[in-house]
Design a protein around this ligand. Structure first.
Ligand code: NAD
Length: 246
């Protein structure tokens, strides 16, 4: 499905990013993953991707750092020679009620989740525009659509990503680049592992499919959006939430 394409996936060392890197590689894409700190985990993903016979490499970068992101993007282009697909997946939570939320917790979530996606879109678009079928996929959240108690910073960041998605879709459409957002519900990753059991139980009752999603179930949607089959879809926000906000 992605043979001959090159993809860049931020936050690719674990969770949804890791599952996306693996399914892209399995479908023939060469993949560069961006990781923030865990070199061993990034190395493991690279080895797993190489088993599919594709080129794979990991790059350490704080996505929220504009100039670091610029340098890494140039390095990736130099190494891979072209870039067709970007998945802005890196994200963090720093939950807390609005009335008690610190400025630092607000700023860091916005910086990683929104500025990080802007940085990579900004620095990679020049290369992606040269692809005959460029793709940018932003991992938003249902929290950015519906809001969520305790997530003023996170839901604001994920709503901002939807605005970024729609503008990118409009600005790059003439260059045959599509840009879409995926809004996952509750997915089994490190991000949700620390949620208290009673919250997880409440979530499962609220989800019509009565379970959390798996990273692979979000990655499968990213694969479709990255493929030629999704060529006429742009500026969309697609939920993968087990029917929670249907
Ligand atoms: P995760 O915590 O397992 O993975 C997050 C990834 O982002 C990690 O690889 C981490 O290293 C990377 N990252 C964080 N800060 C970074 C930085 N400054 N620079 C570079 N990389 C950085 O979580 P996940 O659940 O796999 O989350 C992936 C994306 O999906 C996030 O954007 C998250 O907001 C979104 N999402 C997750 C859920 C869920 O239920 N798990 C739901 C909706 C949306």
């Amino acid at each position: 499905m992605l043979k001959g394409k090159t993809a860049v996936i931020t936050g690719g060392s674990r969770g949804i990013g890791r599952a996306t890197a693996l399914i892209f590689a399995k479908n023939g894409a060469d993949v560069a993953v961006i990781f923030s700190g865990n070199e061993a985990a990034a190395g493991e993903v690279v080895s797993a991707m190489e088993k599919f016979g594709v080129k794979a490499k990991a790059y350490q970068c704080d996505v929220s750092d504009f100039s670091q992101a610029k340098n890494i993007c140039a390095e990736i282009f130099k190494e891979f020679g072209k870039i067709d697909i970007l998945v802005n997946n890196a994200g963090i939570t720093k939950d807390g009620l609005l009335l008690a939320m610190s400025e630092a917790d607000f700023d860091s979530v916005i910086n990683v989740n929104v500025k990080g996606a802007f940085n990579f879109t900004r620095h990679l678009s020049r290369y992606i525009m040269k692809s005959p079928a460029g793709r940018i996929i932003n991992i938003s959240s249902v929290s950015g659509i519906a809001g969520n108690v305790g997530q003023a910073n996170y839901s604001a960041s994920k709503a901002a990503l939807i605005g970024l998605t729609k503008t990118t879709a409009k600005e790059l459409a003439s260059r045959n680049v599509t840009c879409n957002a995926i809004a996952p519900g509750f997915i089994e990753t490190d991000m949700t592992a620390s949620l208290p059991d009673e919250i997880l139980e409440k979530v499962k009752t609220a989800v019509p499919l009565k379970r959390m999603g798996k990273p692979e179930e979000v990655a499968a949607l990213a694969l479709f959006l990255a493929s030629d089959a999704a060529a006429y879809i742009t500026g969309e926000v697609i939920k993968a939430d087990g029917g929670m906000y249907a």
